[in-house]
Ligand binder design. Structure first.
Ligand SMILES: C[S@@+](CC[C@H](N)C(=O)[O-])C[C@H]1O[C@@H](n2cnc3c(N)ncnc32)[C@H](O)[C@@H]1O
Length: 187
């Protein structure tokens, strides 16, 4: 989860897993010039608590959600791993919904939220976003279809998505996809 706040300028990255959180901090330190580093905080909270801890605090939030990560097994023949991933889908969509609810709570009115996954699963992508749009009256979809036009040479997009979402399809031999992105705004 990346949370950004304009006033006071602050960039907050959250990763629940302690080891991954440490890696994240090291990566940030190696890429970001030292004088800017004091604007950045890295935490390892359960993202579902962020809304309660920092209500209406951030201007922009990216929820790069835990998901069934299709790429790891899509091009492999590991049937066991694929079966396990499929079984996890129900549980993951509940967690994804809870992370999004928390992120919406942490957003200032007028703030924007991007949700991303690396799965093709409709249950973890559009269905989670539709559930949010149907249950949070203070959230509206943002049209991002122009982005797809601008990068149509580089990526292959699924044609069946709505204007507030994009789904990059994976291609053998290429390093990207699947990647799902949806953008919402808090009123
Ligand atoms: C798709 S990965 C994000 C990877 C990250 N953008 C990066 O480049 O390292 C999803 C991450 O969510 C973390 N996660 C799982 N459950 C979480 C929770 N309840 N709160 C916060 N993060 C969680 C996982 O440990 C995993 O690293």
């Amino acid at each position: 989860m990346i949370l950004q706040c304009a006033h006071p300028g602050q960039f907050h990255c959250n990763e629940y897993d302690e080891l991954r959180s440490r890696w994240l901090k090291q990566t940030m330190e190696s890429f970001i010039p030292h004088p800017l580093f004091n604007l950045i905080t890295v935490s390892n909270l359960d993202g579902r608590q962020v809304g309660e801890l920092k209500p209406e605090f951030y201007d922009k939030i990216l929820v790069d959600a835990p998901c069934s990560n299709d790429r790891s097994w899509l091009f492999s023949s590991d049937i066991q791993q694929a079966t396990l991933r499929l079984l996890q889908r129900n549980e993951l969509s509940v967690l994804q919904f809870q992370l999004l609810r928390s992120a919406i709570k942490a957003l200032r009115p007028g703030g924007s939220l991007v949700y991303s996954t690396c799965t093709l699963s409709k249950e973890e992508n559009s269905s989670v976003i539709n559930l949010i749009l149907n249950s949070c009256t203070n959230v509206i979809p943002v049209n991002i279809s122009e982005i797809a036009k601008a990068v149509s040479q580089e990526f292959t997009f699924h044609s069946g998505t709505q204007q507030h979402e994009l789904l990059v399809l994976p291609e053998k031999g290429r390093a990207w996809g699947p990647m799902y992105v949806a953008k919402l705004k808090k009123m």
